[in-house]
Design a protein around this ligand. Sequence first.
Ligand SMILES: [Zn+2]
Length: 136
Amino acid sequence: MLTSSSAIDWDRVVDLELLRHLSAVARRRGLTLGWLDAAGDSSLPHANLDESGTCPWAHGSTECDARLLSVLAEPGEWHIVEVHPSVRELVAPVRVGGAVAGALLAGAFAADDTSDLPTLGEGEIAIIGDLLARGS
Ligand SMILES: [Zn+2]
């Protein structure tokens, strides 16, 4: 179940101490953190690769938000979402009072070495996914 809106101050959440630690771990692997609100606002790691803050793959559409939102209701502590071909992000749903208010994100990484994005092994993905889930 998704809430229609939430009162979460996402920038504040990302600034919490655990997340600062996670952010340092992620940054060492070339990833950044982001967030997604169930109401639609977002700060997507793969869209923040440059200063513009817009997704370089979506060509103006919001397909990446939709893809990330679609996994929020699925069971599990975290998910790997292929937001664009070979562009992946880790998604850890944030639940408030039993409802999904949004998610913490880490990315972007690649499934293979065909791009400049970092590639992560399964073990690395699991470690960052678990840290992300603990932060959420
Ligand atoms: Zn995108």
